[in-house]
Design a protein around this ligand. Sequence first.
Ligand code: TXA
Ligand code: MG
Length: 349
Amino acid sequence: METKVAIIKDIDKDIEYLIEAAKIIHNGGIVAFPTETVYGLGGNALNAKAVEKIFKAKGRPQDNPLIVHVSSKEINYLVSEVPEVAQKLIDKFWPGPLTIILNKKDIIPNETSANLDTIGIRMPNSNIALKLIELSGYPIAAPSANISGRPSPTEVERCIEDLNGKVDYILGGEKSNVGVESTIVDCTVYPPMVLRPGGITLEMLQEVCKGIKIDKAIQGKPDENLRPKAPGMKYRHYAPKAKLKIIKGNKQKTIEKINEIVQNYIENQKEVAILSTDELCSNFNSGKVISLGSEKNLYDVARNLFESLRECDDLNVDVILCQAFDEEGVGLAIMNRLNKASGFDILEV
Ligand code: TXA
Ligand code: MG
């Protein structure tokens, strides 16, 4: 399949590309496009055939439902009910990195919801994404625009790397500003439950509804008795090709341990990359050091995380060592992605 690639630099001047991409979605094709969290791979959420194309292009397991992206807060045509607490979350956080799970109406095909009675919906905070949805005339079902299992793309080049030849159109635009996928909150239960941490933190959600809880299954190692309620969270995910190991401890011990492990690998002719904050970077004696940003702003770390994992793959290293972060604020989302990308290979020092 031939994939057209177009980059939007100015949304008004480049509107022809948006119109072209929207037409493709309108007619049942699939398009990669930017959002503020990560790039998405979209198709008409109400068209089962379009949705099947998305699953095929990504190599995505069939039991993993898609998130439906809308360009307005008026969603009654998609869901059977919007509970009061869901409406409050929508009013406060949309457009933005928050997906709300609600009971779906029949207009949404089972292919989109992977046979669940519920559906995840979000209104992205990206002018390109919002315009694309509006012009296509349909809500857009979109998982992250990566091959299943790989780190999500936050730049158009990574979509091209994964999807060129597999999709109809790749629409480039700004780099994703949040860098980790949306927070998912299940509002079919009360109190609502966070199924995946993301850019909207637990603390922010609890300001709207004190009782909001977090699905325990998403913090620990996958456990047959404790299945995550978001089907996608059970898969190994976000993973670079190299082996990723997380080192967890106070600063001094983390630095010493990383230097020790790097030395061992180098003696065995292995290439190692180190992912760490600006503050720690200068303490490593060898290995390829990549900064994730300052520890003072974990939103920078979140923004750089997936791209840094992909950079490590470009460097062809065998092993990546990464420091752990406090699981507060957006740190919870960062650690959730690191835990899964490493297959829970966490060394406490
Ligand atoms: O930020 C995002 O959410 C990005 C951008 C493109 O919007 N999208 C994204 O989609 O991360 P994806 O497909 O990579 O992840 C969707 C997650 C999966 O873990 C899936 O299992 C869960 O959402 N999910 C979708 N619908 C659900 C439902 N009805 N109930 C529970 N979990 C659901
Ligand atoms: Mg994904």
